[in-house]
Design a protein. Structure first.
Length: 99
């Protein structure tokens, strides 16, 4: 999987592609509308990449204080963009590392 459109197309499946990174699996479940399963993918991880996905999920949840904590853990700032745009940016970022 190399593109955002391919990733979005994979959302038609019932399960994520097996070779996805944990961060991409988290975003995949979020893209399917399953926040709980998305959160479970990264909740127990402390690396910066997972913290970034975790931050996005808490921002989406509306828990800004917690989101800001995870953005700091990821070395990022909360973006001034829509959640949809941030989701796409995260997918693109993690796909680039997936290649």
């Amino acid at each position: 999987m190399k593109t955002l459109s391919e990733f979005k197309e994979s959302l038609q499946a019932t399960e994520p592609p097996h070779a996805l990174s944990v961060q991409l699996k988290s975003l995949w479940y979020d893209g399917k509308g399953n926040w709980q399963r998305a959160h479970a993918q990264v909740d127990h991880l402390s690396d910066q990449a997972s913290a970034w996905a975790h931050a996005y999920l808490h921002r989406k949840e509306g828990d800004i204080w917690n989101a800001d904590y995870w953005y700091r853990q990821a070395g990022k700032k909360r973006p001034d963009t829509t959640l949809d745009k941030e989701w796409e940016q995260l997918v693109l970022h993690f796909l680039a590392g997936y290649l």
